[in-house]
Design a protein around this ligand. Structure first.
Ligand SMILES: *Cc1c(COP(=O)(O)O)cnc(C)c1O
Length: 360
């Protein structure tokens, strides 16, 4: 047990981050996006902590089922809707809202005689070119949905931004204009903004915002960490030193001899590796904290272990705490070294990691 990598989830941080989102979202309702197991923080635990949200957003019907099984009665939106006709009965039974983004889904709905009501969100593709109906068919699709007796008439209109994390990118302004144009005379609430949309695009805070990253204290803005944006990291990833060795000048550490000791020096070995989800792409020099002191990894990340240059904290010993990311070391910094984004790292924790909850 003592060797286990630990992901501590700060429930208070999740709650405070939701309150911070509300402050910035004006009168909009907040959908807490909990896809990918709550961005790796644990689906049920995050949903319980964020009980003040107005709805939850999940990627799949299966996650909606998990939340209902956990006793969550709040509105839940399945962000990609039904994947096949047979999903409709399950969506209705579980009272999950379905995003409708494709003609095939519309056809399943039109031949579905199930009397139980289904709430839908109509997704319009305004430039992301992933999911959604083209703007020029939005009105016709809306009319077809409104014609169905078993569809709740209060249809939410939504779109998704491709580049809202760049606050000066004209694409987002064009997406907002295209959305307004396509939906001008349609009734119903509007839902445009993701985390970056809430921060950078006041014109996109309509009736709903759909927020993931910020709730976890994660940033999708290049060069900014969650704390830089005023949000608290909800995950601390930590482990322990399992060895401290003196390695002579000129000797090399780890696989593929990526790190050569510039002097006789202490090298620590910590019990975490890519088998836990710590990125193998993190090179020598990627920061870690040992007893709160900032040091760096030395050589290549291996499956179960990393080596650490301990020259800045020469009294470190076996059993000492090593923090890979958390409030004192934003995960965005690790992501930048590893050539990815913070979301990717928190989503990547493997089953070997022990999750613990911290109420504060
Ligand atoms: C993931 C997702 C969001 C949340 O994005 P964040 O950048 O994490 O806030 C919002 N809307 C949709 C459709 C999504 O898929």
């Amino acid at each position: 047990m003592s060797r286990t990598a630990l992901a501590t989830i700060h429930l208070g941080a999740l709650r405070r981050n939701l309150a911070r989102v509300r402050e910035r979202a004006g009168k909009a309702k907040v959908m807490a996006v909990v896809k990918a197991d709550g961005y790796g923080h644990g689906l049920e635990r995050v949903a319980r902590a964020l009980s003040d949200a107005d709805a939850f957003g999940v990627a799949s019907l299966g996650d909606g089922l998990r939340l209902r099984a956990a006793g969550i009665v709040k509105r839940i939106v399945v962000l990609s809707g039904p994947d096949e006709a047979g999903d409709l009965a399950e969506l209705r039974r579980l009272q999950l809202d379905a995003v409708i983004h494709h003609e095939s889904q519309l056809a399943w709905l039109e031949s579905d005689r199930d009397p139980r009501s289904l709430r839908v969100w109509l997704k319009i593709d305004t430039g992301m070119h992933r999911l959604g109906f083209a703007p020029d068919v939005a009105r016709a699709v809306h009319a077809r949905l409104r014609a169905l007796a078993n569809i709740d008439p209060d249809i939410v209109l939504m779109t998704h931004f491709a580049a809202s994390d760049e606050f000066d990118n004209a694409l987002t302004a064009r997406q907002i204009a295209a959305f307004d144009d396509a939906t001008r005379d349609l009734a119903g609430p509007r839902a445009l903004a993701n985390s970056a949309g809430v921060l950078g695009w006041a014109g996109a805070r309509n009736d709903w915002v759909r927020v993931g990253g910020l709730l976890y204290g994660l940033s999708a803005i290049e060069g900014k960490s969650g704390p830089d944006l005023g949000f608290e990291p909800a995950m601390t990833l930590s482990t322990k030193l399992v060895a401290v060795n003196r390695v002579a000048r000129g000797e090399r550490v780890g696989y593929a001899v990526m790190f050569e000791c510039p002097e006789d020096m202490p090298v620590g070995v910590a019990a975490i590796g890519y088998g836990d989800g710590y990125p193998r792409s993190a090179p020598s020099g990627t920061p870690v904290l040992v007893n709160g002191v900032r040091v760096a990894i030395a050589g290549r990340v291996s499956m179960d272990l990393i080596a650490i240059d301990l020259r800045n904290t020469a009294d470190a010993k076996v059993g000492d705490r090593v923090v890979l990311w958390g409030s004192e070391l934003p995960v965005e910094e690790i992501a930048a070294h590893a050539g990815t984004i913070s979301y990717d790292l928190t989503c990547g924790m493997t089953r070997r990691v022990l999750f613990v909850e911290d109420e504060a």
